[in-house]
Design a protein around this ligand. Sequence first.
Ligand SMILES: [Zn+2]
Length: 384
Amino acid sequence: MRGSQVSVASNLRVTQMRVGEPIDLIRVVSSPICFLVLFLGSDLGFSDGAFVFGAQRQDSSGLKETAGGNSNRLIPQESKQLKPPIRLISKDQKTSFDGNRSFDYLKDICKIGPRPSASKGMGKQKKYIQTHFESIGGQFLQQEFIAKSPYSGKNVKLHNLLIRWHPERTRRILICCHHDTRPFADADKRNPRAKFIGANDGGSGVALLCELGHHMESLDGVFGIDFVFFDGEEFVIQRPRDRMFLGSTFFAEQYSRGIPKWRYECAVLVDMVADKDLQIPLEGNSLHFARGLTEEIWDVAREIGVKEFVPEEFKFIRDDHLPLNEIAKIPTCDIIDFNFPNPTAGNIYWHTREDKIENCSAESLGKVGAVVLAWLHRKQRTEK
Ligand SMILES: [Zn+2]
């Protein structure tokens, strides 16, 4: 994600704006850069042969699902190198969000190494995500699209990953994050071409959703929940040539055309939520596009005593919530700690080698996860 310099509704206070590209640049990511791939045959594996999926089908939603559910989900060519996450607990054992278990997922993800779009590392993580969520009862779908590689200029396949819970429920809520990491630690002053692990920026959202998934099957109420992992959030090596938010923009464009066929009443994006020194102020674009939803979430945080959700507006952040708000018209709130490590030091770990597991914590993941889960419970209780 990026900070932004944008002009929005005059009733919002803009503080500490960052220089970025104009907000409407996100609109231009459309054909021919991205287009829906209808059928690619049965082999949807990465071209490097990291792994291949079993036979796949596509339903009218425009999303592909692995055939045969849990029994036929993967041809485990790499099962020895990357063990699936086995941290299952029985339903009655624990119902609160487990920050430690979420942090264990984060450790697993970071062990994979860098996970930029269309890389082998991302392929491994995708397998990890699919294996994990299918093992705890989620329905796995993926949305494939084509983007230009910023390295070669050639077309590569990117994937938004979708996990569905209670698909029969027609009223739905979206919880999302990005699953790609930046190609390099390009804000690192010593070595801007260094490997970027993205424990916080990229990894934390995935780890939070991995844990949240354990609480979804038992989530009674009117809403069905979908998780989406966006690809291509920062498939960039040269700005402004390379565009951001490819996956969320593609998703939003398809959604605005009626794909998939189900609708979302609101969405929550989590990004950079594992910072050891957690502070999450209200974000300007979230207030602008989804004030009611955003205030609701900070209210829940106050009620359950998570003081790190600071009820003050910080700045306008450009992130995957913009395409969802602007193109898909889904009211979307971004939960983001954009001062890594803290407001005093500034956002100095962002896009550097300091974005590593040692600067993240189970406590922070636990707090953000608890707020999201409590908010979901509240939605299910109040909207009958
Ligand atoms: Zn980033």
